[in-house]
Design a protein around this ligand. Structure first.
Ligand SMILES: NC(=O)c1ccc[n+]([C@@H]2O[C@H](COP(=O)([O-])OP(=O)(O)OC[C@H]3O[C@@H](n4cnc5c(N)ncnc54)[C@H](OP(=O)(O)O)[C@@H]3O)[C@@H](O)[C@H]2O)c1
Length: 171
């Protein structure tokens, strides 16, 4: 297996779960291990007793939720930051400012958002049930967003989530 993640930081359980992931990693049964939906304090708590550092943290990330502090923390720790719901589940795809930016590059809004992810060093996993959109979402390697437009897109942040906050979820 390429990558095995702990899905949510369930208090009282995630450290034990991490030990199991460390075991399968050390046995060579998985190429990389990581976490999902971990805030900085969850990562700090996990790393206090861990032998292997998480290699990935997969979290909600899109222009309305840029999680800068968490992103910087992951970068400093060598943890790859990965975006789930990078298109905000479709909620940004009729935004007029993003449309203006997208038109400038002759790309779709989805494509400029995914390119913004990559230029920010973020691994991104958009989902679509439609073949033409899967192809569209993968066609983001033939253009570059300028520094000014990157900053414009960074400025969209409103700390707005479409999914639950990892500090307050109920399973
Ligand atoms: N780790 C976690 O806790 C967690 C939580 C949530 C999600 N995820 C993962 O993150 C991945 C993506 O998240 P997501 O599906 O919630 O949200 P998303 O990728 O932000 O958005 C998916 C929505 O956008 C539409 N879409 C995709 N590409 C498009 C395009 N080029 N143009 C127009 N519409 C487009 C899709 O519709 P169509 O299908 O009709 O194209 C779908 O409604 C999934 O694999 C999911 O499993 C992980």
């Amino acid at each position: 297996m390429d990558l095995y993640l702990i899905h949510w930081p369930v208090e009282g359980k995630f450290k034990e779960a991490w030990r199991a992931l460390e075991t399968i990693y050390k046995e060579g049964r998985v190429k990389a291990i990581g976490v999902s939906n971990f805030h900085i304090h969850h990562l700090e708590e996990l790393m206090k007793d861990s032998e292997v550092k998480p290699m990935v943290n997969q979290v909600e990330y899109h222009p309305r939720l840029t999680q800068r502090e968490l992103q910087a923390f992951c970068k400093n720790q060598g943890i790859q930051f990965e975006a789930w719901s990078p298109l905000m589940q479709g909620q940004l795809l009729d935004n007029l400012v993003l449309k203006e930016i997208a038109d400038k590059y002759r790309k779709s809004i989805a494509q400029v958002i995914l390119r913004w992810d990559l230029q920010n060093g973020v691994v991104t996993i958009p989902k679509s049930t439609k073949e033409h959109r899967i192809v569209e979402n993968a066609s983001v390697f033939d253009f570059e967003i300028t520094k000014e437009d990157m900053e414009r897109m960074d400025g969209f942040n409103q700390n707005l989530r479409v999914g639950p906050d990892p500090d307050n979820f109920d399973f």
